[in-house]
Design a protein around this ligand. Structure first.
Ligand SMILES: Cc1ncc(COP(=O)(O)O)c(C=O)c1O
Length: 423
């Protein structure tokens, strides 16, 4: 791991943080050596899910080989070992988000489940007819539909803050939509379809001034920007392990302790109870009150390993490299005649959504795939964003710490090939 950083030349000035050595990082990701259709894989679908370093794969493998057992309930050695690894992972998440206590870290299946948990367990008992939930036009379906469901259940209304041509949130409009009726605000930290990084600290402050509780959907943020929930003053923060180099099937809901304490359980079952009789069940304390049933133990441990991995490399280095890729990729794609970038916000994560005047995004994706280049095409679970930009779909290249400028060159060459086919 110490070899991760590229050597820097000696200068008289203080040495800046050494840059990330992308070729060394790539060695940690076994899948990057596979060939697709006879070509080396160029994986540019990281906003959908990122690849896993061997450190994460080995942590999961180690758990199943040497410690597999159910947690919390067993007194035997394996159960204690599994429990301590799982709870250690919770503490890693706590530190990663700078939360006060592990009690505020609920393991879920992912961002989607975390948002549904808040919608059903926080919002549903509180919302009344005439209340409002405020989201933005750039949300992922996972941050739209749970609110539509709870609005239908309670008679509350869903309001949507608009975005501009670049994909930036119109914060004045957001502010205008905040009234005493607004009870919940739920916004993405980073948009998956556009890459826009929202000014979430400011949005939280505005929402709090209006008396609303705020959930931040951090699914696309945590792999790219350091998150400090205390500094953000977020009430809830949700993310998925699989976009952070961890396994699928596990994610996190952070919540302010007072809110979590006051919320009823989301699901009933094992582990979330203190005692059960047919007459009355008392619920377990935080965080277990929200963790019914046997959890994804290996997933939690894998997420802990992913956080260790990201921490060893450093999110600052990762962000610096991804910003370089974003700048290089933006220039390269913008120079392609007939290509229109969708999402050109000032403050962006490394996501490049685009359309070509001569080919449907699905055709772009298929032709690139034949060259071993994996991008995503479609509405990216953000159909309202497609409507806003008046496109049926986009092609989306999204970068992770292991991507290179050479891969962006291959993407551009691949797009040129698409244009030849459809000329
Ligand atoms: C911004 C955003 N929110 C929520 C989700 C849902 O995440 P998951 O499917 O892991 O629950 C995604 C997934 O792409 C996303 O990008």
């Amino acid at each position: 791991m110490d070899l991760l950083m590229a050597t820097t030349t000696q200068t008289t000035r203080p040495t800046p943080t050494p840059a990330l050595d992308v070729y060394r990082v790539r060695e940690d990701f076994p899948i990057l050596t596979v060939r697709v259709h006879g070509r080396p894989l160029v994986y540019l679908d990281n906003a959908a899910t990122s690849q896993k370093p061997r450190q994460v794969i080995e942590a999961i493998d180690h758990y199943y080989r040497d410690a597999n057992s159910n947690i919390h309930r067993g007194l035997h050695a394996l159960s204690e070992q599994a429990t301590s690894q799982y709870e250690a992972a919770r503490d890693k998440v706590r530190r990663f988000l700078n939360a006060d206590s592990g009690n505020q870290i609920i393991f879920t299946r992912g961002t989607t489940e975390s948002i549904n948990l808040v919608a059903q367990s926080y919002a549903r008992p509180r919302l009344r007819s005439g209340d409002e939930v405020l989201i933005t036009h750039m949300e992922h379906h996972s941050n739209i539909v749970p609110w539509q469901i709870v609005c239908e259940q309670t008679g509350a209304e869903l309001r949507v803050a608009p975005i501009d041509e670049r994909g930036d949130l119109l914060t004045d409009e957001f502010e205008r939509l905040l009234t005493e009726r607004t009870k919940v605000v739920s916004v993405s930290h980073v948009s998956n379809a556009l890459g826009t990084i929202n000014p979430v600290k400011k949005l939280v402050r505005l929402a709090h001034q209006a008396g609303a509780v705020v959930l931040i959907d951090g699914a696309q943020a945590v792999p790219h920007v350091p998150v400090d929930v205390r500094e953000l003053e977020a009430d809830f923060y949700a993310f998925s392990s699989h976009k952070l180099y961890g396994p699928t099937g596990v994610g996190v809901l952070y919540g302010r302790a007072a809110l979590l304490e006051a919320m009823p359980p989301y699901q009933g079952g094992g582990d979330m109870i203190k005692s059960v009789t047919f007459e009355k069940t008392t619920y377990n304390e935080l965080p277990y009150k929200f963790e019914a049933g046997t959890p994804n133990i290996a997933g939690g441990i894998g997420l802990g390993a992913a956080i260790d991995y990201v921490g060893r490399i450093g999110l600052d280095r990762i962000a610096a490299w991804e910003n370089e890729l974003l700048e290089y990729g933006t220039q390269a794609l913008a120079a392609v005649p007939g290509l229109r970038l969708i999402g050109t916000a000032q403050n962006k994560a490394a996501v490049l959504s685009f359309v070509l005047d001569c080919a449907h995004p699905h055709d772009i994706g298929t032709i690139l795939d034949r060259q071993g280049i994996a991008i995503r095409t479609g509405h990216h679970c953000a159909q309202p964003v497609m409507d806003r930009f008046d496109v049926p779909a986009t092609a989306r290249a999204s970068f992770a710490m292991y991507n290179t400028k050479e891969e962006i060159d291959l993407l551009v060459r691949g797009i040129e090939k698409v244009k030849e086919v459809f000329a």
